[in-house]
Design a protein around this ligand. Structure first.
Ligand code: PHE
Length: 454
């Protein structure tokens, strides 16, 4: 993919869909969703998350794809161009800026977790025989607390991402997503069945699907909102950049619905595979970011063919993570190459290395690692980056995207991009004009109110 974003196009409708699903489905669904649902108390969090995915995330997803296809540039270029076309202030490009910068921050810690996944592929080769809750937890904590290996694996993950982004979206991505994403889906389904038979499944169903609203706090609502955006890859320019490579004949609403369904299905499946093991072995559902790494190995250690299943699972999870990481790096790469007219390969290399350097701080902030004592407002470095992007930049970015398409782009132009029936268009329009801004705004205002008054 040479030069500016607009010069590149997907080779077919199917590849676009797979690439977008590849971006959406990743660590957000399989690593983040289960542990945040666990920390958020289960059912109520899941329900709020799903409501945000469909009532707020989906309409914003349609908006971002439309803006991307209209602008055909990097997120910053696209926002400038459309604002100008619509006779609006250039200040709207802040949406693009926040996306490019936010994406860069996310990839810097995303690659650390991606590195843990790579390390677990290697561990899975020797199997997890005899793993119980204690051994599994110790193994994970020992890995993330080592000063050297997590950085090595983070580097490996970023290097793979750089390699693919350098070759351009088509060169690197299409093959991976065509076969491997469906394979991940199938394997997850297999794991859900395994857990249903061998784990504490009834308890899991109650935990995940019978909401106890007394467990819901404003902070968990904000987490769920942020996670809805994070897992759909919204507000960081990723989906807008992918939209820029879209041809006119693609039906955006239909694609967006398919992406949201696939995305939430994978998150729920991950929950259904992981929590039966959590409850059976007495692990802490609210134990945090190690959940997927401490639970599934126990199951792999016990099942027949567990070595193969374990290796395959972590391999496919790594693929899902890489296809998301690509879309996190792509907006910054497309912006810098567009603005400087610089060689795409070099831009990718330098930006990727910069993200790696920034990411080492996150790697060292985990477990008992060398920077684990550095706390900012009670959170470690990785937690701070996560909070800043997931809970602030993404919801706010989403709110501004909704406001922009709802109130500042002409109705006619949005109608043309979305090509929907008038009656369904009206639903979308109502959601972006009123529901998305109010819902996101209300969460923020209540939190501010609580902080100041409470
Ligand atoms: N959606 C990806 C995941 O769930 C992460 C991501 C966020 C990718 C934002 C791009 C933009 O893992």
């Amino acid at each position: 993919m040479a030069g500016a974003a607009g010069q590149q196009q997907w080779s077919s409708r199917w590849t676009f869909l797979l690439a977008a699903v590849g971006s959406a489905v990743g660590l957000g669904n399989i690593w983040k969703f289960p542990f945040e649902a666990g920390q958020g108390g289960g059912g109520a969090f899941v329900l709020v998350y799903l409501a945000f995915v469909f009532a707020v995330g989906l309409p914003v997803l349609m908006a971002e794809l439309s803006l991307g296809r209209r602008g055909k540039m990097s997120p910053i270029g696209t926002m400038e161009k459309i604002a100008k076309e619509e006779g609006r202030s250039k200040a709207w490009s802040i949406i693009g800026w926040s996306g490019v910068v936010g994406g860069f921050i996310v990839i810097s810690f995303y690659a650390v977790v991606g590195g843990w996944v790579l390390a677990y592929i290697v561990k899975a080769f020797s199997g997890f025989a005899g793993f119980d809750a204690a051994i599994s937890t110790d193994t994970f904590v020992a890995y993330i607390s080592d000063p050297v290996w997590p950085v090595v694996s983070q580097f490996a993950f970023i290097a793979i991402t750089i390699g693919i982004v350098m070759r351009g979206v088509k060169g690197g991505l299409e093959k991976a997503v065509t076969y491997l994403m469906p394979a991940l889906f199938a394997l997850l389904l297999g794991l859900v069945i395994y857990s249903a038979i061998n784990g504490a499944f009834a308890e899991t169903l109650t935990f995940l699907f019978s909401p106890d609203f007394s467990k819901l706090t404003l902070d968990t609502v904000l987490n769920a909102l942020g996670l809805a955006f994070f897992s759909l890859s919204l507000a960081l320019g990723s989906i807008m950049t992918y939209g820029a490579y879209l041809t006119k004949d693609i039906n955006i609403p239909r694609a967006a619905i398919a992406i949201s369904l696939a995305d939430s299905a994978v998150a729920l499946m991950a929950g259904l595979a992981i929590f039966p093991i959590v409850f059976k072995y007495g692990l802490d559902p609210a134990g945090g970011g190690g959940l997927v790494f401490t639970t599934l190995p126990i199951a792999f250690g016990q099942m027949t063919g567990g070595i193969i299943v374990g290796v395959l699972f972590f391999f496919l999870l790594a693929v899902a993570a890489v296809t998301s990481a690509i879309s996190l790096l792509e907006p910054a790469v497309s912006y810098v190459s567009e603005r400087l007219g610089a060689d795409r390969k070099k831009v990718t290399l330098y930006l990727g290395l910069a993200a790696f350097l920034l990411g080492t701080l996150s790697a060292w902030s985990q477990g008992g690692n060398i920077l684990s004592d550095v706390k900012i407002l009670g959170a470690d470095i990785m937690g701070v980056k996560d909070y800043l992007t997931n809970n602030i930049m993404m919801p706010l970015g989403g709110m501004f995207i909704a406001l922009f398409v709802g109130w500042f782009v002409s109705r006619k132009n949005m109608m043309e991009e979305l090509a929907m029936e008038e009656s369904t268009f009206r639903i979308w329009y109502f959601l972006v004009r009123f529901v998305c801004p109010t819902a996101i705004g209300a969460v923020f205002v209540s939190i501010l109110y609580n902080t100041i008054v409470g």
